[in-house]
Design a protein around this ligand. Structure first.
Ligand code: ADP
Ligand code: MG
Length: 482
């Protein structure tokens, strides 16, 4: 038999040559270089992977490549077995043991119970929040200490979300609210509430590892870890966490690789009864550009929305903020602000700060007169965030076509032009990526969006009438924001 003639490293090295030719260099470095061949017995090749995460990742993404390659060298009966280095995460770190894992091909069942072995390296986990060179052993939760439950005013608009949050804080990972998904539009308190839960957990359970991260930061950390060849550090870090708060998950839209890694992190934490808290600008059913398997997991626990606070709650929030600032302000002024600013809490705060600023610059008392002046300007200048949907609506109104025409595949000239112009303005007026823009136009890809942007630019140059459309529309869009 070949297996007696060849040792495991020789076979594995041959396999690696084939694998290297079949996947990109980065993936090869990330997922295959850390693997060690352990033994080759009875035509079963055993490889050691650094963590359970690797094992799952390889099984999911590379099992068919691996099985083909191994069978190529060892014959059709060849089997693969994994030995996974398991690290203990809780208090008693410093030890690791190896567990044999089944594989999707070869059905090699584990016979040996796990054996305890000392950990080869005693390195503390690498923390991606810490700039290299600055050693930090305890994990900083990245929470803002100001965002607490005490500072979060209760109202009809947030009652469910708030009470679920309090429940979670007492028993993180032990309630059925896992994950907790807080959703709602801009400025309604999602970040505040998510952080309040984190701060409360730290207060009640000082030993728990709590981490707050925005989706953007998570994505950047992941991308950096690929660049620096430290994906396994990244993964190990996120697997240590007891309460993981990921803010603004809509940002992951269209980022397939980050969603993929997040899916695995999510599964690990969830399986180990760790708490996951997510926030998003829309209900899970309306999140665009997300993998189905992630969306379905988001719905496992509780989705709670944060609504616009009613008049009474807006007043209570203002009173509380004034109290925190140590400023006294007449009741009629509070009422006046609360009555006029209805959109969200962030704008409410903005209006209040403007009034305080005006009063101190001009050494005027805060009274109804001053409030009236400031609010008049404030309402006029408050720029609403433009969304791709708003731009689409304005473009469709202008060309008098149905909004669905922007998403369909019909190649009629007027629809194609409206579509391209809407994409062009989506790029100009929003911060969305080309990918996200494409997704809002019936799932077109980013190269279609690039093509649209170029076409609009070229046509503006060569076609006077077209240029006039674009300029008129730009004015309409600008007007709608201010
Ligand atoms: P979002 O993440 O939904 O955009 P934030 O959590 O950033 O909104 O909230 C915007 C501002 O409003 C923050 O300063 C926050 O402290 C404040 N805020 C929101 N809801 C409340 C509330 N119920 N009580 C007190 N302050 C609130
Ligand atoms: Mg937020």
């Amino acid at each position: 038999m070949m297996s007696t003639a060849l040792n495991s490293s020789a076979v594995w090295n041959k396999c690696l040559e084939v694998i290297r030719d079949n996947i990109n260099t980065q993936s090869y470095k990330t997922w295959f270089e850390p693997i060690k061949p352990v033994r080759l017995e009875n035509n079963i090749l055993t490889i050691e992977v650094p963590s359970q995460f690797y094992y799952e990742w390889i099984e999911e993404h590379y099992v068919s490549l691996l099985s083909k390659t191994i069978r190529h060298f060892l014959g059709p009966d060849a089997k693969l077995a994994y030995s996974v280095v398991m690290e203990q995460t809780s208090a008693d770190t410093g030890h690791a043991y190896r567990v044999n894992m089944p594989t999707a091909f070869g059905e090699h069942k584990t016979k040996n119970p796990p054996v305890n072995l000392p950990l080869t390296s005693n390195k503390p986990p690498v923390n991606p929040f810490v700039i290299p060179g600055l050693k930090k052993i305890t994990i900083d939760s990245q929470l803002n200490p100001v965002c607490t439950f005490d500072n979060f005013i209760e109202g009809e608009c947030n009652r469910l979300a708030r009470s679920a949050g309090l429940n979670i804080a007492t028993r993180p990972g032990q309630t059925s609210y896992n994950p907790l998904l807080l959703y709602g539009s801009f400025g309604l308190g999602k970040t505040h509430l998510a952080q309040a839960i984190g701060n409360e957990v730290k207060k009640l359970h000082p030993d728990k590892v709590v981490v707050y991260v925005s989706s953007e930061k998570f994505t950047n950390q992941f991308v950096d870890s690929i660049k620096n060849n430290s994906v396994s550090d990244f993964i190990n870090f996120y697997q240590l966490i007891d309460v993981l708060i990921v803010d603004d998950i809509q940002f992951l839209a269209g980022k397939e690789r980050t969603q993929d890694i997040f899916f695995h992190v999510f599964n690990h934490l969830h399986q180990n009864n760790r708490q996951i808290i997510l926030t998003s600008d829309s209900a899970p059913g309306e999140l665009k550009g997300m993998e189905e398997r992630l969306l379905s997991r988001f719905k496992w626990g509780l989705s709670a929305d944060l609504g616009v606070p009613d008049m009474e709650t807006r007043q209570a929030i203002l009173r509380h903020k004034m109290y925190l600032e140590g400023i006294e302000i007449p009741e009629d002024v509070i009422e006046y602000i609360a009555y006029n600013i209805k959109t969200n809490v962030r704008e409410l705060e903005g209006a209040m700060i403007s009034i305080i600023a005006q009063s101190s610059f001009n050494r005027k008392e805060i009274d109804l007169d001053l409030a009236c002046q400031v609010i008049k300007n404030f309402v006029k200048n408050a720029t609403r965030e433009l969304s791709i949907e708003t731009i689409q609506r304005l473009v469709c109104d202008y060309f008098q076509i149905g909004p669905e025409k922007l998403k369909e595949q019909i190649r009629k000239r007027e629809y194609v032009q409206a579509r391209q112009i809407a994409m062009y303005f989506a790029k100009e007026f929003t911060k969305s990526s080309l990918k996200t823009i494409g997704l809002h136009f019936g799932g077109r890809d980013h190269s279609t969006v690039i093509h649209a942007l170029r076409t609009v630019q070229n046509l503006c140059f060569t076609d006077k009438e077209f240029k006039r459309y674009v300029e008129e529309l730009r004015k309409k869009i600008q007007l709608s924001t201010g």
